[in-house]
Design a protein around this ligand. Sequence first.
Ligand SMILES: Cc1cc2nc3c(=O)[nH]c(=O)nc-3n(C[C@H](O)[C@H](O)[C@H](O)COP(=O)(O)OP(=O)(O)OC[C@H]3O[C@@H](n4cnc5c(N)ncnc54)[C@H](O)[C@@H]3O)c2cc1C
Length: 383
Amino acid sequence: MNTQFPTKTSEIKEKFNKFINTNLIDYSSKRNFDLGPPHTNVSTLSPYIGRRLISEKDILNVAFQKFKPIKIEKFVQEIFWRSYWRGWLELHPIIWNEYEKKIRDEEPTEKTGIKCFDHWTQELIETGYLHNHARMWYASIWIFTLNKSWIAGALFFQKYLLDWCPAVNTLSWRWVAGLQTIGKNYIARADNIYKFTNCKYNPVNQLNETAPPLESQSSLNQQIIDKEFEKISLSDLDNIGLIINKNDFTLDSLLKKNIDFKTCLFKSDDPLINQSELIKNFDKNLYEEILNNNKQISYAENDEELIEWILKFKIKNLIIPYEPQGKCLLNKKNILNKFTNKNVNVFFYLREWDRLAFPFAKKGFFPFKKKIPELLTKQGLMK
Ligand SMILES: Cc1cc2nc3c(=O)[nH]c(=O)nc-3n(C[C@H](O)[C@H](O)[C@H](O)COP(=O)(O)OP(=O)(O)OC[C@H]3O[C@@H](n4cnc5c(N)ncnc54)[C@H](O)[C@@H]3O)c2cc1C
């Protein structure tokens, strides 16, 4: 069992509360240090946030009961970095399409002799997690010292990260490579690694610290689409069925305050995405936990079983968690046709958190950051 990343609801809550009550106070001064597992100086909540087992709003709601927003400004910004990257990719889908077209399987099978790098490879495979600073160093060494393709590196993370997110992962690798902020790459330096691993590693003279950014097709970054993130009104609908899946495991709790519906947990894996056994087991344990705690929730493993559930409960209106770029589970023509053939209307539901934030992610993080107070106010988290 992965003790760093529990799957029992009570243990996840305990982990969350411990971070808020004990470690959040020092987050901004200590967050850059990679002190190795269990990484208590950061939250390690990303596998839960990514599956929306804990939402961004819930986290900040609890955090603000203890601290004024300004006191934990850095943490608030990090929470919004994820929203920013996700919004940016939604508005620049060509970046995901180009990445998908170019992916090939490649993994570092041999030790490189760079101790820190070899350690992070092992930590990632064994625990499904790497500290943010280690991810930056790792990606930089991968691209600029080992001269490997950034796409293969992003794919390697995709296979092993418990918190893998198509937007954050792909855009962070592009950022390190110098393709996201054009002409500005991230260089891993031995003295920085020495300082922020608390003197554990010192790869002096082992890293290429003068590499230029990768050559970019900068025009790709400008191909922004005009997309409206509409608010869906559910209150007039009847015979509603709600699907929860690993894009959003708790949409039922969010919506049940306002409407009645039947819920089905859909065990959906994208067959095109090859993920490690550790990730598969983590998800499997979460499915079991959700079903054990919610006896009224149905379960389906494929679209045929979903149709059976739809017929059994006479569902007329089907709500599915919004599927962002790279997280397509049900938004496929052949599956949607099966629903419409049964006269079922389908709605992909985007949480207010994303709906309000995504339109601000057109340009860089700096202008997005300025909107954080407005977003917090609209969420009722700040006056
Ligand atoms: C090359 C590379 C690849 C990455 N791939 C992913 C990925 O696939 N999935 C993913 O969730 N994050 C990714 N990150 C971002 C970041 O490293 C992780 O979100 C963070 O390390 C998660 O650990 P934590 O929950 O302890 O973060 P904390 O420091 O406790 O932060 C709290 C939350 O804020 C968000 N956050 C923090 N840092 C970032 C960041 N730099 N960018 C976006 N959101 C952030 C996360 O949701 C995180 O859970 C990547 C970063 C790099 C440099």
